[in-house]
Structure formats: structure tokens, C-alpha cells
Design a binder for this molecule. Sequence first.
Ligand code: NG1
Ligand code: ZN
Length: 549
Amino acid sequence: EIQIASLLKSSELFPIPQGLKLSYGTAGFRGDAKLLESTVYRVGILSALRSLKLGSSTIGLMITASHNKVSDNGIKVSDPSGGMLSQEWEPFADQIANAASPQELVSLIREFVEKEEIKIGEYKAAEVWLGRDSRPSGESLLRAAEIGVDSVLGSVSVDIGVLTTPQLHWMVRAKNKGLKATENNYFENLSTSFRCLVDLIPINGNNKFEISKLLVDGANGVGGQKIEMLRGSLSNLDLEIRNTGRDGGVLNEGVGADFVQKEKVLPLGFGLKDVGMRCASLDGDADRLVYFYVPSDSTSDVKVELLDGDKILSLFALFMKEQLNVLDDGKEGKQSRLGVVQTAYANGASTDYLKQLGLDVVFAKTGVKHLHEKAAEFDIGIYFEANGHGTILFSESFLSWLVTKQKDLTTKGQGGSEEQKAVSRLVAVSNLINQAVGDALSGVLLVEVILQHIGWSIQKWNELYKDLPSRQIKVEVPDRTAVVTTSQETEALRPLGIQDAINSEIKNYSRGRAFIRPSGTEDVVRVYAEASTQEAADSLANSVAELVK
Ligand code: NG1
Ligand code: ZN
């Protein structure tokens, strides 16, 4: 009962704004930062309970609104594995975030604690690690989360500072595995495994390849700052970082991966002077990455050639398959299951390409938690959203097979064999790539080392396949929840009749494909369309948008 008193007392500090209605969407709670203190405080309580429920494993809380505008903010929970909060707890998150009064909040918590049999005060201290991106509202929201965590008996909050989202997830994962888990350990891990892959680049004809400079768009956010910190410890990589946020630019405004991918235009700070150069763009919390370049036929009307998540996925898949082939061909090889996961937003041409590579291609709903789950079913599962969020997962059993194999080959004196190199590359990739969530920093390093390995320019990489022209539009509507889709999100069930209308539009276009779904992170309905020409894709998207309005 002392417990209840302390919860009631602290919750009175954070009254819920009138009319606020939130749901734990594709990426936690998001909204106008000014309205979020009560939400963040309540998620603080939830994460302490989550830690207690899981025997006091460390839970992470990240305060970020990713690619959203700077005045927005948000909060999402990392489970002990470094993955997203278990979906079983999302309804509870919704309930407490929307509880109208301190009394209602406390009674919801009481009920839940009983139902989940959470033993408050019996275990060693529960720990919640709090991180935030560079948004100015982050600091006061972090304080609110701390109060939430600390008002649950036996739990403590630890402020781990300004971080990228993937850093926080990586640190939580490492902590719970009993590994070194500081930000420095994160950087060391990246630079060591990158070095290892560089050392394994074959020395033959095709890659006497001059390492050209990579231009990075930091979205005026935390990613640009962190990649600058990493740069010092990397050799074999020449980086020029723009939009670090220090030169007066605003977070995500005319910059960043979401902007470049959705609008298909160059970010601020890039222009004709950069023709042909390899460029990469991070999003506001650095869990997304896209590449791009200015084609040489650009005139004063500067064009952009985009290499999105699908193309990064294809490059990764190609490289991983090449390494696995060496093992599968070897006498002591093992038939390994390599699979890729995409969403309905994946460009149709990328799906065709991946299938033609002979890969298992699976589809998941939008939101990394859905992709992650499916990728985890393979020995090596690669997932990417077209917007550049993705990573590579290695199953525990496959990874331990690899590590054993690596040792065997070394003791047998086959240290320099092709097989041993392929095994070592795969092990290095498993260390480099962030297996908790998509991570733009590890993504950049893996893309760069693969390009060096195969001796490709960005233009050559872009030629893997040609994107079908596509268009995305956001439509603001009074109530986005009026749109309800099937589980694969490719068909709208509500409003009644709208899918038939969309289908009859699609019929007018060659290679036409289109769908709508409510955004989980913004107050909009998204429209996606593909067709054989850009004009056709634009026109299909526009007519579908008219149907939504
Ligand atoms: P919503 O707003 O639910 O479409 C967006 C992205 C997702 C995911 C989340 C989280 C698109 C079309 N949607 O979700 O893929 O990345 O943000 O950041 O890019
Ligand atoms: Zn993000």
C-alpha cells in the first residue's frame, strides 16, 4: 500500500492533457512533445514492471520521434533482448497511457500486476536504461520517465544520455548477455569487426579500387554526431559528414533518410557539386539508412538517384549468399537457410531480383517488430523496409556452428583457405551488424566494406536492378482509424467499397500496384503506388489519394 501511495503521488505531477488519445503504434507512442510528459512517465512505470516481470533484466527506454518533425517526440521500449517490447504488453501500454485520472491509472496497474503475477519488491533491483535523441524536449521527458521508473518499488532508472536508437538497443542487449555494454564498447565493436572484414578483402584484380569519399547526411540529428565520434577509429573509410545539426540546420527539415526516400529529392547541403559521389543519408535517430547520388546527366534541375532499403538488402543478400556458397560447396559444408523479409512497400523490381537470386522472400506487416520476427526464423534472415530500416539476424545455433567451424579450421591448419575466410567474414558480419534493430551506423560500414570487397561503385551497385517507378503520398484525414486493412496491409477492408474503387484505378495502369494504410507514427493515411512510368505511378497515387480524401 505504500507502493500505491507513491504511485498516486507521482502521477499527480503528470496530469493527462485533455482529449489526448494515444496508441502504441509501429514505433511506440509519438506526438507533439508538449503533450507527452504523462505518457512518458507512465511508460516509465510500465518498463519498471516489465523488468520486474523478467527477473530484473535490464529494459531500455528510448525517447525519440525518429524522422518526425523536431517539435514531436515519442517513447519506445526495448525488451531485454534489445528487440521491441513484446506485443503482448502493448494493450497495457495503451490502457495506462490513456487512463483519465491517477486513480484509474493506479487501479489499472494493480490489476495488471496481479494478472501477470509481478512480484514487486521481491527480486533484486529492476533496472531501466534511459536514452534520448537530440531533440530539445528530450531532457525534460527523460526526467518524467525517471520519475515513473523510480516510483515503482525496487526499480532504478539509469540515464545513459544522448544516443541513437540502435545504440540504446545494442547496449541493453549486451548488458543482458553479460557483455561490456558502454557506448565505447559499441564503437569498439563496430571498428573491430569492420577492420576484420577489411582485412579479409581478397587481393585480386577486380578490386584495385580507389576508396572514394563517402558523403553523409546526418539529418541534423544524433546520428551525424555519433558517426563523427566513430570516424577516428576507422581506417579504410573516408567520410565527410554534413548536416550534423551544429551549423544551424533543423532536425529532419529538408534532410534525412525519410525525406530523401519519400520525396526523392536531395537533402539540403547537397547539390550539383556532388555529381557522381557516393552519398548516404541517416534518419533522425539513426536507425534508417539510404544511399543516393546525383547522376551525371543532372543539369540545373538536380536529380537524385536513390538506393533505398531494398537495394541495401539486395547488396547484403548477394554478399551473404556468396559466403554461404563457399561453405555449402565445401565438403564439410552445411546447407544453411538464408531468407529475406520485405513489406508491401518494397519495390516490385527488388522482389523479382531477390527471387531470381534463388532466395526465400517473405512478407511482413509494416514496422520492424513484424519483420524482425519473421527474419528470426532463418539461419540468416535479412530484413529491410524500403525506407532503410533493416538488419541481418543470425540464429544462435547457426552462429555457434560458425564459431566452432572457425576454430576447427584454424587448428587443422587451414587458416588461409577460402572456406575459412568465408566463415570469418560471416562471423565478422554478425558482430558488425546490429542484431537488436536496424542501425544506420553499422549499415554504412557493411555497405562500404562490401563495395570495397567486390570493387563496385555506387552506380554499379544501383544497376543490380532498376526500380519500378513509385510514388508515396500522405493524406491528412479527420480520422485515420477509419481505414482498416487486411493483415498483409495490401487490401483495405474499411471504408466499405474503397478497395473496389482502388482496384478499378489500378486496372488502368500497366504493372500497376497500389494500397493504402493508416500510419502508425503520424496522423495520416499513406498511399503507395507503382507503375511502369513515373507519370503513371504519380497519377495512380493521386487518384487513390482522391478516394481517401
Ligand atoms: P508508419 O507511419 O506506420 O507508416 C513509419 C514507416 C515504417 C516504420 C515506422 C517506424 C513507412 C511507409 N512507414 O511507419 O516503415 O519505419 O515509421 O519508424 O516508411
Ligand atoms: Zn528512425
